[in-house]
Design a protein around this ligand. Structure first.
Ligand SMILES: *Cc1c(COP(=O)(O)O)cnc(C)c1O
Length: 385
């Protein structure tokens, strides 16, 4: 790292990524497409870097949230299929069609807008129709779906590429009755679409949790998000998996990301001295503290103030005082010989210690998804192995 001009960086492991993808490839039936979800800057891992890893693993479909993410991938030369799973507004439609980006569509007005634009460009637009099955987010069902299908029949330059949905309650439970209920609704609407004369479309429903523990949700494609990064969607998913397959995490998913920084300054302070804004921490003994150049604007949650810990010389050093925008203070009194520029691990391994995104999440009152997705895109990515 000595040549680098940054004091905090994210390491992403190519071999860990490959291992996770191989695991999922091994679980899917032949003919089921493994699409990777790389929205939110690939959950903080770096969208372009992860797209390269995925490309090296032979991945043929990327899912992103927005057209602008899709355009960044096209600009970097990725020729894979790209599916935008978030809403697109009308003025983005032309860019989508021109760049062969597949889009979520479940509104007749937007449908005709796509059809007109595709006609004027002499192209066909591929849409993914989202079915409302019980999550009550995006998607349509019942009469609204019937009306949409009638309009779709009139469109000459729109292809129904896929029909899909999203589970509401797989991650948070080991009881999958609600997921089964959603699948039943999905299948009913699919039969209706077939009866209306459509065929040859793909179907997809599963994200990481369903892909990991629930094989009959795979249909033609799986949308793999957090698990490709080596993180479990939840404890419940992990438990459901090991109850069925019975082996430890080291054999299954490997975290791809580590977040590191270096110490900026070390100093000694006296018993009774306060640390940081609000004087929220007071030393009870003469102490040695270290200042690290990361804070909440980097994605280190302010709720970790007086709660979190980092690794220095392979030992845990507690966060003391409030986390500031770009600075955090840690207590290194019990760690010998700490000096400026020593490496600090915020997420990842050092010596025989490890800090997992899940541990950080628990301390900050959130989930691993949020811990990684909120890592600032300013933090440079370094590819390792
Ligand atoms: C984010 C997202 C996913 C990925 O979910 P994970 O739990 O991270 O696998 C899948 N599908 C849709 C529609 C999403 O928005």
């Amino acid at each position: 790292m000595s040549e680098a001009l940054y004091s905090s960086w994210i390491e992403i492991s190519r071999s860990a990524y490959r291992k996770n993808i191989e695991f999922f490839k091994g679980r899917l039936n032949a003919g089921t497409e493994l699409a990777v979800v790389i929205k939110a800057n690939a959950y903080g891992h770096g969208m372009v870097e992860i797209a390269h890893f995925a490309d090296e693993c032979g991945i043929r479909v990327f899912c992103v949230h927005s057209i602008d993410e899709a355009l960044i991938l096209r600009k970097h030369g990725f020729t894979q299929r790209i599916v935008v799973v978030g809403p697109t507004i009308k003025r983005m439609a032309k860019a989508a069609v021109e760049n062969d980006i597949e889009v979520l569509c479940c509104d007749p007005e937007y449908l005709h807008n796509y059809d007109n634009i595709a006609k004027s460009l002499g192209k066909t637009v591929n849409i993914h129709l989202k079915i409302e099955t019980g999550t009550n987010r995006q998607g349509i069902a019942g009469q609204v779906l019937i009306a949409f299908i009638e309009e779709l029949k009139k469109c000459t330059n729109v292809k129904l590429r896929a029909v899909y949905s999203h589970f509401a309650n797989i991650e948070d439970t080991t009881d999958h009755s609600y997921a089964r209920f959603q699948i039943e609704r999905f299948k009913r609407e699919i039969s209706y679409i077939r009866e209306a004369g459509f065929s040859g479309f793909d179907m997809h429903f599963a994200s990481s949790a369903a892909a990991t523990i629930y094989n009959n949700t795979h249909f033609n494609m799986v949308r793999l998000g957090i698990a490709q990064y080596g993180l479990w969607p939840s404890k419940e998913t992990y438990l459901s998996y090991i109850i069925e397959h019975g082996h430890g995490p080291e054999h299954i998913l490997t975290p791809v990301l580590s977040w590191k920084t270096v110490i900026g300054q070390v100093k000694t302070i006296k018993a009774g001295d306060f640390v940081g804004y609000g004087c929220s921490h007071q030393m009870t003994r003469d102490s040695k503290i270290a200042i690290i150049p990361i804070g909440y604007s980097d994605g280190y949650d302010r709720k970790l103030s007086n709660q979190g810990y980092v690794l220095v010389h392979g030992k845990r050093a507690p966060v003391i005082g409030r986390i500031a925008m770009n600075l955090t203070t840690i207590d290194v009194t019990d760690i010998p010989d700490v000096k400026a520029e020593d490496e600090v691990v915020l997420i990842g391994e050092q010596g025989d210690q490890i800090i997992r995104a899940e541990q950080v999440a628990a301390l900050a009152g959130t989930i691993n998804y949020e811990v990684v997705a909120r890592l600032s895109d300013r933090i440079p990515k370094v590819v390792v192995d």
